[in-house]
Every structure is written in C-alpha cells, then in structure tokens.
Design a protein around this ligand. Sequence first.
Ligand SMILES: Nc1ncnc2c1ncn2[C@@H]1O[C@H](COP(=O)(O)OP(=O)(O)OP(=O)(O)O)[C@@H](O)[C@H]1O
Ligand SMILES: [Mg+2]
Length: 487
Amino acid sequence: MSETAIKNPTILVIDDDAEIRYSLSRVLSTRQYAVIEAPNGEQGIAIVKKGPPPDLVFLDVRMSGMSGIEALQHIRSANPKQLVVLMTAFGTAQTAIEAMKYGAFDYVMKPFDPAKVLALAENALKAHADLRAVGDYKPTINIDDYREGMVGSSPVMQDVFKTIGQVTASDVTVMITGESGTGKELVARSIWKHSHRANKPFIAVNCAAIPDNLIESELFGHEKGSFTGATTQRIGKFELCDGGTIFLDEIGDMALQTQTKILRVLQVGEIQRVGGSETLKVDVRIIAATNKDLEAMVKEKAFREDLYYRLNVVRIKMPPLRSRSDDVPQIVDYCLQSLVKQKKSRVSKVSPEAMAVLTRYQWPGNVRELENVMYRSAVIAQGDAILVKDLPAEIRSAAGEPTAPIEAAAGASNPGVPAPPAAPAANSITTAIDAIFAALRSSGQPVLPRVERELAGRALQAEGGDEGRAAKLLGVTKAAFQKLIAS
Ligand SMILES: Nc1ncnc2c1ncn2[C@@H]1O[C@H](COP(=O)(O)OP(=O)(O)OP(=O)(O)O)[C@@H](O)[C@H]1O
Ligand SMILES: [Mg+2]
C-alpha cells in the first residue's frame, strides 16, 4: 500500500452546506490531504475542468441548484477517471443505484462517522493510485490474431491445436474429453470450420438435456402417428445435418438403446425415422464429447464397448485450466478485448496484482468460469483497469487476499462477513516463496537463516509455545528447533 500511496492527495469537497464542508475538511485534514471546497456543483465542475483534477471528490447529492447526480455526470464526462464519492442523508435505493450507474466510486451516508470517511478516502485513493500504476498496460495478445476464439500457448494447448489440424482433412470420428468449461464444444466447432464440411451444417446435440424417450426422435426424426403426440412428421438432426458435422455432447448420458442406433450410423451411414420403415442414407461426421469416464462406463456395461471404440478413433483431451495457468493472462486479455469489441465494457486492463490473483486461482469451472469472472469484474470496475477489489470475493479469498469489500470497510453498505482464507493451493505457495526469495535477495540478507527463524517463530506460536510440537510441525528435532529459535 505504501508504495502506491500518493503524496499529499487533494480532495475536493462539493456541498452547499458550509457546516458540512467545514466538518469534512477538518476530518480529512487530520491526514495529509489538501482539501479544496466548492459551495455548488457549477464551481466544483469548474475546478475539475480547470485542473489539475483533484485525486478525489466528495460530492453532496442534494444541493440547491444543480443536483449532485447531475454534477457527477458533468465531472465524469470532463474527466472519466475522476473518482467521486457521493454524500447523502437519504440512503434510498434510487440514490445508490444512480450513484453507481453514473460512475461514483462509492457513496457515504450523512451524518458522517469520521473513521468511515477516512477509510473510504483511503480506499478510494488507493484505487486511484492502483489505476495510475497500471499505466500503459500491454495486453499479451491481439484479438485479431485469435479468430478461432481459442487462446493458449501452453504446450498442452499447442498439442490440441495440432491435433485439430490433423483431423480436419479426413472424416475421422473424434472424441473430446475434459472437465466442464474446458472448451470441448469450441474444439468441435473449430474442427468443423476447418474441414471440407465447413459449408454444411454443424449441429450440436446435448444428449444429457434431452429425455431418453425423446432423444431418438430428436436425432433421427419420426413419422406421423408413431407415438402419442407425434401429430406430424419430424425430420431429425442427422437428416438435417446431411453433409455436415454433428456434435454429440455429453455422450456418456446417452441411453444404451440409442447408442445402438448411433453405432449403425457410424457403421453403415443409415438411419430410420422413429416409426418409419424406410432406411435413409446420411453422410454425417460425428464428433462426440463427454466429461464422464467412458472407460469405466464400458467396464460397468453402461456404455457400449463397440461404440466406444468407434467414437474414440482420435481422442482430444482438454486440459483443465489449473494445469495451464500460464495461459490465464492471455485468456484474460482475450476476454476483455472481446467484451470491448462487443461494447459490453470499456475496461481493457488488469492490474498486476489482480492478474496474479487470477493466475493463482484454481478455476474449477475452467475457461467458462474465467470468462464469467472477467465479465463480472469488468462491469464492477470503476476505472479503466480491473483491480483486486473488483474480483469476486470467492476468487480473492481462495487466493488468500482479504475479502472484506471496500464498502464494508467504509461502512457505506452492509458489512460483509469476510470469508476465511482458504488453504493456499500448491502454486500459491510457490508464488509466496518466490516473493519471499525475491524480497530477501534484494535486501541483501542471507535467505535461509531468516526464513528458518521466521518459520520457527510461527510454528511456536501456532503450537501455543510447545517447542516439541513446533519442532514436529517443522520436521526437525527439538534440539535443532531450539537452535533455530536462539539464532
Ligand atoms: N482456449 C480457449 N480460449 C478462449 N476461450 C475459450 C477457450 N476454451 C473455452 N473457451 C470459452 O469457454 C467457454 C466454455 O467453452 P465450451 O462450451 O467449449 O466448453 P465445454 O468443455 O463444452 O464445457 P461443458 O462441458 O460445460 O459443456 C466458451 O464460452 C468458450 O468460448
Ligand atoms: Mg459443452
């Protein structure tokens, strides 16, 4: 925090009530803040426009003349980076919503609690300094180079891309496996786009989402009157997809009876509509995907072995995101640039600290979860960069970051109960050790004795002063432990 703090920040207080200006100035002057006052919106705007802009503005919502919300809009359009805290005596939902909508950093209720005002000012100025520190962020990718929509320079992803290239020339059946959100459908589409079938349909069928009694009709169609409710003839997906590529997603959820019919399509390229006697020839490439253990299902006879071998001619295993965390910064940039391109956000940068948190997180929902988090954070971010405070609490807490939101610290809204920090994950330990090593090295101190002493002290504290247990915790003898403590 101290590295990013600003020297003597200036704070502009805009309020038509001289008493409020006076008391707020007094509170703020107890820290090293230089306070400027303005008695109405017009004068406040003029000060911001004239520049240099203050580091922070406290702005009253209800003033005679121009309202605070109106002044906020003028200020933010004159200087989109200006941080503004609104002050209000009426904590209505409307004020809160409007304040945030027009880009206020936060709002605070009157009468003030001086401690909360100072905490809020400090948080706002920290965010201001962090945003400035992000400076000229250099994205790791250029979105135009990623028309595939698939990002990843890790060796495992490079292998995936190569395999996609290899299977596009033929009609070989491909089985894509991997956890949810790892990009299985994206890969299937990419194979299709690069194949000679690109100008014919790509149809995705989610086998898990369709009830067993309807899936056959969905895939192969049905004749009129073939079952109750079949009032008209229906053309199935395989027929519609003739010449194209069908993506059978969640194939592990397909009923055995339907599996038999899929096998027939693969073996002889024929289908029959439900309730029909006519055999139809179809030319469809099949790509299947699952996040189930099909091998185990085959052993349990829940999946046909012959179909398994037919589908599994080429296997593409999608790696979980946590196993390729080096790709996270690229995917982050890709997501932000896509959001900007789709006009869903204007945020295109991430602070190095926030990027470190994102890279450390384990991403159980893989790329899909990362995409959602980037969208949420970009919407929440008040400046042009995403800071640690903008990330969802669960991501911050899992990465060992404090989770109390700024509002809670400042008391402007419900104080959240901070979640306990989760046990650090393996790569967060590596990150922590890297940081310790770098810090001690640059301070010129001998690394090992210092670390040993620090850890010994912590172990002793954790074990309530019991040297024997502390030694055990560290994995050394009691004598060795005592030597460490004494060093
Ligand atoms: N390598 C990647 N680069 C950029 N975006 C990706 C990448 N992989 C996946 N995505 C995005 O993540 C989201 C999830 O991908 P997709 O739907 O292909 O995953 P899935 O494995 O089929 O998931 P599920 O098993 O939940 O159906 C999509 O929005 C996709 O665009
Ligand atoms: Mg999918």
